[in-house]
Design a protein around this ligand. Structure first.
Ligand code: UD1
Ligand code: MG
Length: 496
């Protein structure tokens, strides 16, 4: 049974969060609290979804326009209670000419992110099978303090009594109101105007409609939720963390059942929008955020955070922080690697230890194995960047691009001063500062020639361990003319 409308109440202040951010905009698993509820509601395919906003209304509305533009918001300027909130939502719908005759009216709260579509469906199925006028989602708590209690006569629900209005006997009831309901449209429209605020809190209680519907001869049933976490409301940061941990466990369990190995689920945090293929292995302390995707056979972690990254099949990513990066299939990243936005590592490529890469695209099999910074570069296929190389992309004002061809061997400890182009198959000597373009196939040497001053140590540092060692090795002590080494040896670049 599809609801004609879902109303989500989210106008409350959330004082106990002690936050400048409206409560429902706090997030777990990469999604705001309100959007978790919206997504659960969306699975029931309502004709309309209305969120009642109040505290932080403009921020909540702007957020919903971004993440769920199909949702309507209605502002409740004074928080006169849950009944008042539903009443203004219903009148906004009626003012907009919406007819609610087709399906039930569902009411939810915006701070219960663990609610699932399945649980909502259970409530709707029960509502339909009993032809009920009102169906309440309930649960049994060993400590029901603070919640509205479900008053039953036999199996029939006759009313809900709030904690502050309850008698000592009523306070002993452990079945509580989750604040989530399905109503027949006619019953809620008829009873919502009967609510007053003659109660301990001076508020218009939505819960009062249950008694009205029952008294008018309507059928009211309660459905006990299979998992009491589904209705866990977030009021403070402690509950936010508890809900986050429960959601983490649920998400991890789903991935494990779908064939993902998670070595340490307690330290593995995966956002709701992450996509992981079967036979992926996640090692401890892995955090996958945003719309990250990981293809089959890849191994990620330990100690890795990937935000909106793509990891190809059979890639290995260890101790890495990656953001908006694409890692090709069979590539190897880490340990201790920082991949920034716009990084693309080709298939079978490598970014090794203490390497930072930004806005750079590398071709198939190209490697930056050690201690390097690569920024604003295009690198061809099967190119090797020697240890300790820096792509000097910033002149203090502007960023410039470096083009490195295919089959290139950049020697260790190079500075590639952009803008500069290294042609296909070229080599650069270790320790070079490359400021001019290098033609394909050339060897570029950009460093001072070496001088050896023979006998300097025994003469200038006599009696030191160095001088003694030199003398044992037969070093001359006489002043000799400087010798200049011949041809610079081409490379000491590391090809591993
Ligand atoms: C409400 C229920 C209680 C139930 C509990 C479950 C009533 C009278 N009581 O109590 O039976 O056990 O939820 O958590 O409904 N809100 C508005 N506008 C308002 C007041 C509230 O939008 O004027 C929203 C709040 O933001 C919140 C929800 O409605 O999302 C519930 O309001 P809250 O004040 O938390 O009600 P409770 O006292 O917890
Ligand atoms: Mg509450």
């Amino acid at each position: 049974m599809r609801p004609s409308v879902v109303i989500i109440l989210a106008a409350g202040e959330g004082t106990r969060m002690k936050s400048g951010t409206p409560k429902v905009l706090h997030s777990i698993a990469g999604r705001s609290l309100i959007n978790h509820v919206v997504e659960a509601a969306a699975t029931t395919e309502p004709d309309h979804l209305v969120v009642v906003v109040g505290h932080g209304a403009s921020a909540v509305t702007a957020h919903l326009e971004e993440v769920a533009p199909w949702v309507t918001t209605v502002e409740q300027t004074e928080r006169n209670g849950t009944g008042h909130a539903v009443r203004i939502a219903l009148s906004a719908l009626s003012n907009a000419g919406v007819s609610l005759s087709q399906g039930p009216v569902v009411v939810l709260t915006g701070d219960t992110p663990l609610l699932t579509g399945e649980t909502l469906q259970l409530m709707l199925d029960s509502h339909e099978s009993y032809s009920a006028q009102a169906t309440i989602l309930t649960t049994e708590l060993s400590d029901p303090f603070g919640y509205g209690r479900i008053i039953r006569r036999g199996s029939e629900v006759v009313g809900i009594i709030e904690e502050k209005d309850a008698t000592p006997e009523q306070k002993l009831i452990c079945e509580i109101n989750s604040g989530m309901y399905a109503f027949s449209a006619a019953s809620i429209i008829e009873s919502i105007d009967q609510i007053d605020s003659r109660n301990a809190q001076g508020e218009e209680y939505l819960t009062d409609v249950i008694g009205f519907i029952h008294s008018a001869g309507g059928t009211v049933t309660g459905v006990i939720t299979p998992d009491s976490n589904d209705i866990l409301g977030i009021n403070d940061r402690v509950q936010l963390a508890q809900a986050g941990a429960i959601m983490r466990d649920r998400i991890n369990e789903n991935h494990m059942r779908a064939g993902v190995t998670i070595a340490d689920p307690a330290s593995t945090w995966i956002d709701v929008d992450v996509d992981i293929a079967s036979d992926v292995t996640l090692l401890p302390q892995t955090v996958l955020r945003g719309p990250t995707s990981i293809e089959t056979g890849a191994e990620v972690g330990p100690g890795t955070t990937l935000i909106s990254c793509e990891v190809g099949a059979h890639a290995v990513v260890r101790h890495t922080w990656g953001e908006l990066a694409v890692i090709g299939s069979g590539a190897s990243v880490g340990p201790f690697t920082y991949l920034r936005a716009g990084t693309e590592i080709g298939a079978e490529g490598k970014a090794g230890a203490f390497v930072e890469i930004k806005n750079s695209q590398m071709g198939v099999g190209s490697k930056v194995p050690h201690l390097s910074y690569v920024g604003d570069a295009h690198i061809g296929d099967h190119t090797n960047i020697g240890a300790g190389t820096v792509f000097v992309n910033y002149d203090g004002v502007n960023k410039h691009t470096t083009e490195v061809g295919s089959g290139v061997r950049i020697g260790s400890d190079n500075m590639l001063v952009a803008p500069v182009t290294i042609g296909d198959g070229a080599y650069t000597a270790a320790g070079s500062v490359i400021t001019d373009n290098v033609p394909p196939g050339a060897m570029a040497v950009g460093r001072a020639n070496q001088r050896n001053i023979e006998g300097w140590v025994p003469r200038k540092r006599p009696g030191t361990v160095s001088a003694e060692a030199a003398e044992r090795a037969g070093a001359s002590t006489s002043a000799a003319s400087d010798t200049v080494s011949p041809e610079p040896s081409p490379l000491d670049s590391d090809q591993n």
